[in-house]
Design a protein around this ligand. Structure first.
Ligand code: SAM
Length: 369
């Protein structure tokens, strides 16, 4: 049986996320703003969750239909064979969202969806009560311009939670965005990656995992591991394949520096938890002493006023980074920032720019190569 999936991703990372999805041999891959839709068998649930670096989660799309009344919403949900997905003791909380739709009350939509699932499960399992004491099956209903989409979440925690970043510093970059940066910077197995504002180490660690082909989900669990309709062998096989695919012989080297000793300690520990401690080193240093080797790829996320420190200070740091890289030219520099004046402060126009969102903050990646 083939399932339809939707993997939401940050705006600006769609092409990277779609490339990763295609690499999993998914079928009918369709890309639209902030999401990748694709199809495949049950084992793709395991492989997508384990391997996708840029997607935020993996959702099973169960139905997609026009709904302008509660009756229409109910009927569409009731038509889904829930008894094949959720066992009689399964818990099924419903989360909703509504945008530009006649059915605008999210609590009302959630409650209609819940009622329809209850009715269908009572009939399908031939029971009167549903104790909801078993595994959790998170249902999502999204209304957009009167189109209702009904999903089952297979990820649980968002995929940016890799399991290696226990604590975080003041302004960490999302792991999924850091992975997209490593892709833009064309990090390969033998790359040398430097980050002079490394914070908790996310960019260097994500680059290392990509270079070594370490699946980002190997150190965590997923909601669908408890789903009765996803055979346990799918997970075992996907994990075994991912372990087999790790390139332990990759020559990758990652170096992160930061002025804050606490951040350096945190990054060092995160690299250990991520299984890349032998490829990454972190040290305390001021960006003004930044002198990367010519073969380096620089991936970095300098402090910016809105989240840390003040604007003038941020501009001065960008200027310093610009002059360091002028003195020490590198193979490529990829800088993500919300500072619209970045090129001016840095002192050079980028070869290319890419718009991205860091959470709700609009950013750009400035690419120099
Ligand atoms: C936006 S954060 C980087 C976050 C990082 N990408 C992460 O995911 O954790 C910017 C970092 O720049 C560091 N920083 C500030 N001034 C610096 C300086 N003069 N030299 C080096 N690092 C500096 C801060 O300590 C902070 O960790």
């Amino acid at each position: 049986m083939n399932y339809t999936f939707v993997a939401p991703c940050y705006f600006g990372t769609e092409s990277t996320a779609a490339f990763e999805v295609r690499r999993l041999n998914a079928e009918n891959v369709q890309v639209s703003d902030g999401r990748i839709r694709f199809e495949g068998p049950a084992d793709l649930i395991a492989r997508a969750n384990l391997n996708l670096r840029c997607a935020e989660r993996v959702l099973l799309l169960l139905a997609s239909y026009k709904a302008t009344t509660f009756d229409e919403l109910f009927d569409g949900v009731y038509a889904i064979p829930w008894e094949e997905l959720i066992p009689a003791d399964g818990a099924f909380p419903v989360k909703g969202s509504s945008l530009s739709s006649k059915l605008s009350s999210v609590p009302a939509c959630q409650s209609i969806v819940k009622k329809a699932i209850v009715k269908r499960l009572q009939k399908g399992h031939r029971v009167l009560t549903l104790p909801e004491t078993g595994s959790q099956y998170q249902v999502r209903v999204a209304l957009r311009k009167d189109l209702a989409e009904i999903y089952l979440d297979t990820s649980g925690d968002g995929l940016h939670k890799r399991g290696y970043r226990r604590n975080s510093n003041a302004a960490p970059l999302k792991e999924t965005l850091a992975a997209a940066m490593a892709d833009l910077g064309r990090v390969r197995r033998d790359s040398v990656v430097y980050d002079p504002f490394s914070g908790s180490g996310t960019l260097v660690i994500e680059a290392a995992q990509k270079a070594l082909n370490i699946a980002p989900g190997l150190r965590r669990r997923f909601a669908a591991e408890k789903y009765a309709f996803v055979p346990a062998e799918c997970w075992q096989r996907a994990r075994a394949e991912a372990l087999e695919a790790i390139r332990r012989d990759a020559a990758f080297e990652g170096v992160g520096t930061d002025i804050d000793p606490a951040a350096v300690a945190l990054a060092t520990n995160n690299a250990r938890l991520a299984g890349v401690a032998d490829r990454c080193r972190f040290a305390v240093a001021d960006v003004r002493d930044f002198a990367p080797p010519s073969e380096a790829i620089v991936l970095t996320n300098p402090p910016y006023g809105e989240r840390m420190g003040d604007l003038a200070g941020a501009a001065a740091l960008e200027k310093t980074l610009g002059s360091c890289l002028k003195q020490h030219p590198v193979s490529g520099a990829y800088i993500i920032t919300a500072d619209a004046e970045f090129e001016h402060h840095f002192g050079r126009k980028a070869n290319r720019r890419r718009k991205l969102y860091n959470g709700m903050i609009p950013c750009q990646v400035y690419m120099y190569y």
